[in-house]
Design a binder for this molecule. Structure first.
Ligand SMILES: [Zn+2]
Length: 400
């Protein structure tokens, strides 16, 4: 039986598979590699005609494609990587960034294109350009840090979307050029905002966040994404702040459905969404990070339970993308593989990759932006590229 949202997973589970054959990850690679270049050809042919050239965002626009090229460059030989970095550069230096609201986030704002450009400039050894980009990035702080701006805190349109960009820069540029004090200000602001709302609601959780009047819990708009990002900045947190984050994680665990999945917003009783943006897949990243930071075994158990939900219900009819698609769900297995080094998670990722290799044959819905990084084909290719180097894999715009 398949749900109305997902296709039944007919792959053998790992234990069953091992009864008849030994799992060899290498066996999956030729097909994956071949699909990477097959899909890339389609994308390069179709995307220029069918995408809105004015959209420069990481999420649905041209910077998402640039990030894909930068990822492709990493699996090339030295002479070939030049070609992919150059394709990324062409996109990033010709963009016309439009000033919008929420322009300070990595995934949906102007900060994403500038941050990605800075990292590419660093890769190309263009230090003067890097400095210009970094100066520009620091300027966005005034639009979001103070609580008086009234900006949200979530990842797509809120403060941790800016925090991610800052963390991304310092993780990818060896001189770590982002001012730590600025990062600390963002973190403090997010924590203060969460405490204020929790107090106002008289809530059991030490921190609470809302977006568009809803108490979302998932990775894209909700608390789990906010906490994941705060834990990525753990060096900036003191013991009481860590305790508040821990208390909020415990509160989230108390909201889990009996199925092991998580509600998309507080109090929601419809256990339907198993997406990175809403539901267990996004929570898996929080629990994995919490396990790394606090070392408490129960968090690893929670992450494993999320992975089981994704394995069972993660082949989505919504398609092959990152945000609410199969590739995004597959990143869950890579995250747990990196954490545990257990082959069963690499096996699961390889099976989801196999599903993605049959792109377009399952009757899945075609995304609104079918070639974009977060909704469409670029995200699928990004995941397949990461399957070729699983220990270095990273969910773009989310894993630091
Ligand atoms: Zn989504």
């Amino acid at each position: 039986m398949s749900g109305d949202r997902y296709i039944e997973n007919e792959f053998d589970d790992y234990a069953r598979y091992c009864e008849t054959s030994a799992f060899a990850y290498e066996k999956f690679l030729p097909k994956i590699e071949c699909t990477v270049y097959k899909l890339l050809k389609v994308l390069e042919l179709e995307a220029p005609i069918k995408t809105d050239a004015r959209d420069c965002s990481v999420y649905t626009g041209s910077t998402g494609i640039a990030l894909l090229y930068m990822n492709l460059a990493l699996i090339q030989t030295a002479d070939k990587n030049v070609e992919f970095n150059e394709k990324a550069r062409e996109i990033l230096v010709t963009q016309r960034l439009a000033k919008r609201r929420h322009d300070f986030t990595f995934l949906c704002g102007d900060v994403g294109p500038i941050a990605v450009r800075a990292v590419l400039h660093h890769r190309l050894g263009l230090q003067k350009e890097v400095k210009t980009d970094i100066d520009l990035l620091h300027k966005f702080a005034s639009g979001c840090v103070s609580l008086e701006t009234g900006e949200p805190d979530e990842l797509l349109y809120g403060r941790v979307g800016y925090l991610y960009a800052l963390l991304y820069i310092n993780a990818n540029i060896s001189t770590k050029p982002i001012d730590v004090k600025l990062m600390k200000n963002v973190v403090q602001s997010v924590l203060e905002s969460g405490q204020l709302l929790a107090a106002k609601m008289n809530c059991d959780s030490p921190l609470m966040y809302e977006w568009h009047d809803s108490l979302y819990l998932g990775a894209a708009h909700g608390i789990s994404g906010i906490l994941t990002m705060l834990l990525e900045a753990k060096e900036l947190l003191d013991a009481p702040e860590m305790a508040r984050i821990k208390g909020t994680i415990e509160f989230l665990i108390s909201q889990k459905y009996r199925s092991g999945n998580y509600p998309s917003s507080l109090g929601s009783t419809s256990d339907r969404l198993v997406h990175w943006c809403h539901g267990a897949p996004g929570f898996l990243f929080l629990f994995a990070k919490a396990y790394e930071v606090f070392g408490d075994a129960p968090y690893l158990q929670e992450a494993r339970q999320c992975a089981d939900v994704v394995w069972k219900r993660g082949l989505l009819k919504k398609g092959y993308g990152l945000c609410h698609g199969v590739a995004g769900n597959a990143y869950c297995f890579l995250r747990l593989y990196k954490l545990t080094m257990e082959d069963c998670y690499l096996y699961r990722a390889a099976r989801f990759a196999e599903f993605c290799c049959a792109y377009g044959t399952h009757g899945c819905r075609v995304a609104d932006r079918p070639y974009s990084l977060f909704e469409g084909m670029a995200g699928t290719i990004h995941f397949l590229v990461d399957m070729l180097r699983p220990l270095e894999s990273k969910f773009p715009g989310f894993e630091v």
